[in-house]
Design a protein around this ligand. Structure first.
Ligand SMILES: C[C@@](CO)(OP(=O)(O)O)[C@H](O)COP(=O)(O)OP(=O)(O)OC[C@H]1O[C@@H](n2ccc(N)nc2=O)[C@H](O)[C@@H]1O
Ligand SMILES: Nc1ncnc2c1ncn2[C@@H]1O[C@H](COP(=O)(O)OP(=O)(O)O)[C@@H](O)[C@H]1O
Length: 300
């Protein structure tokens, strides 16, 4: 085989509970990941060297060198296999860049799956998961897809049972937010508040809402400890969240480290209406509808 294409979804965090700063610079989390139907596509073609090209949504903000997470994934996989493989990667982006929807992690996961196939390695998912965890905290979930609770830095995953499909509207912002800066701002805001930081705990009410497929209950349970930090760095997000509530969303929050905002709708038709109202309100660079959960990387 000399070409493999993999489609890979974005994520939204349904609960993001952030514990105290650890000695290694990371935070212990309870991170309820949910894969949604906004997809990047990564095509791997056999080559002698390693190269990457990026096109699509905000492609000009994505590195086309060794810093690209997909190339880093291919290099890590070749190293793991102990061979000097080469690949040319073509990434077609739809996931907003630096938007809190883990697009880079998704591309890394897709590259692992594509190169595993292209190079005929046949490595099991457990091996790919280990490589993924070294690439970034969100990469293991990007390999898994569906809905899952992440603990530790977010890399230790337990799949979650979901009793239905949920319909989402995403309000895209101008420009991105750096994940490390948002975590840093979260620490700063907490220190200024002078309150202790409790250990993160999974919301049982959220898991029950997911099991029941109950969108109204899920909307009431969405939470993100990084939201105050994202709002402090990007004041305009307060207006976006307010507009989503005013337009009848069942719930709304900043997606992960932001600045994308996610709104839950009652149905597909409600999501379409909500998206139109948000566009009309002029509080977003662009508005997308999507559903979740969806499977992880899929060879197409
Ligand atoms: C916030 C979340 C929520 O899912 O994602 P995004 O919304 O950015 O996509 C994740 O925790 C981001 O995961 P990821 O983007 O893979 O982060 P990494 O590369 O592992 O780490 C980037 C930086 O984020 C901070 N970081 C990340 C994870 C974690 N548990 N604690 C942290 O403090 C650290 O400062 C680290 O240097
Ligand atoms: N394949 C990739 N796709 C997107 N961003 C990438 C990629 N590789 C490296 N990056 C860099 O990673 C940063 C974070 O991107 P991304 O994963 O899209 O956002 P987030 O961490 O907010 O979910 C971006 O600033 C971008 O320059």
């Amino acid at each position: 085989m000399n070409s493999v294409t993999v489609r890979v979804p974005a994520k939204v965090n349904l609960q993001l509970a952030v514990g105290p700063l650890r000695d290694d610079g990371y935070h212990d989390l309870v991170n309820v990941f949910h894969a949604v139907s906004v997809f990047d596509e990564v095509t791997a073609v056999a080559e002698t060297g390693m190269s990457v090209r990026v096109e699509g949504e905000s492609a000009d903000q994505v590195p086309e060198d060794g810093d690209n997470l997909a190339i880093r994934a291919a290099v890590a996989l070749a190293r793991h296999a102990g061979r000097s493989y080469g690949v040319s990667l073509a990434i077609r982006k739809a996931i907003p860049v630096a938007g809190g929807m883990a697009g880079g992690s998704a591309d890394a996961a897709a590259a692992l799956v594509a190169c595993n196939e292209l190079w005929g390695l046949g490595l099991p998912t457990e091996d790919l998961m280990e490589i993924a965890a070294d690439l970034g905290s969100d990469v293991p979930f990007a390999l898994l897809g569906g809905t899952a609770v992440g603990t530790g830095r977010g890399e230790r995953l337990t799949p979650v049972e979901v009793g239905g499909t949920f319909h989402w509207v995403f309000a895209l912002a101008d420009g991105g937010l750096s994940t490390a800066t948002v975590y840093g701002e979260c620490d700063r805001v907490r220190e200024a508040d002078g309150q202790g930081v409790p250990l993160p705990r999974t919301s049982e009410a959220l898991l029950a809402a997911l099991r029941a497929g109950d969108a109204r209950a899920l909307g009431a349970e969405l939470s993100n400890d990084l939201q105050p930090a994202a709002l402090s760095l990007r004041e305009s997000l307060g207006r976006t969240l307010q507009a989503g509530r005013a337009c009848g969303a069942l719930g709304g929050l900043v997606s992960g480290s932001g600045p994308t905002c996610a709104f839950l709708a009652e149905s597909e038709a409600h999501a379409t209406e909500l998206a139109a109202s948000l566009k009309e309100a002029g509080v977003a660079r662009d508005v997308l509808t999507a559903y979740g959960p969806v499977p992880g990387p899929t060879v197409v």
